[in-house]
Design a binder for this molecule. Structure first.
Ligand code: NYM
Ligand code: MG
Length: 214
């Protein structure tokens, strides 16, 4: 059988509620991979630099009000508009460490508990997007998050809402997610992430894994 195996970069997503330490861990992981000679980039969703991302930013910072269904679709559109570039990078051999993805999209909208906007509805617009090779879920209680100096000023950054977000994440969590205890010291968490990411990166470099779809 002819081999169609193509080495590629790994698509790694970090998820979790606000204040779990995702941004710090993503940054450290990319620096580590780069130092190891692995081509790697840090991405984040929402990507606030695009036209759609600017609308999302204005919503999150309460400079604008947008219908809940409509803003959900904007978050999804923000992933779709990056799809081609994402696939291009992976196939060019670059590993992408991505701070939030479609799982945040579903969890934050479904947490609103609005009629019609249940998890199934929330997942629908993301169907067909590239699926990550690994999802690391940084798990932290709301109490521990609050003890870290509290939440910020953005929409959704309230303890009561974050509890609902965590419930939504728990309800959609798949057995393939790797749970990382985010109450650990930063370096311990990073060690765990590096070990597990190395396996995923190696698997994708061997070229035995096609990019799947959500
Ligand atoms: N968020 C993020 C959503 O509501 N839907 C999405 O699809 C994504 C990717 O945006 N509170 C929310 C979660 C966060 C907020 O993200 C901004 P960050 O990582 O704090 O910049
Ligand atoms: Mg945030």
């Amino acid at each position: 059988m002819a081999s169609q195996n193509q080495p590629r970069g790994a698509f790694i997503v970090l998820e979790g509620a606000d204040r779990a330490g995702k941004s710090t861990q993503c940054q450290m992981l990319v620096e580590h991979l780069t130092a190891k000679g692995v081509a790697a980039e840090l991405w984040r969703f929402p990507d606030r630099t695009t036209a759609v991302g600017k609308m999302i930013n204005s919503y999150l910072t309460s400079q604008s009000e947008i219908d809940d269904a409509a803003v959900h679709l904007l978050f999804s559109a923000n992933r779709w508009e990056k799809r081609e570039e994402l696939l291009r990078k992976l196939h060019a051999g670059t590993t992408l460490v991505v701070d939030r993805y479609a799982y945040s999209g579903v969890a934050f909208t479904a947490a609103k508990g609005l009629p019609g906007l249940d998890r199934a509805w929330c997942m629908a617009p993301d169907a067909g997007l590239p699926a990550p090779d690994a999802v690391f879920f940084l798990s932290l209680t709301v109490e521990a998050a609050e003890a870290r100096g509290g939440y910020g000023e953005e929409r959704y950054e309230k303890a009561e809402f974050q509890r609902k977000v965590l419930d939504q994440f728990a309800a959609m969590r798949s057995s393939s997610w790797r749970m990382i205890d985010a109450s650990q010291p930063i370096d311990a968490m990073q060690r765990q992430l590096r070990e597990q990411a190395a396996v995923v990166v190696a698997r994708c470099q061997r070229g035995t894994e096609a990019v799947r779809k959500l």
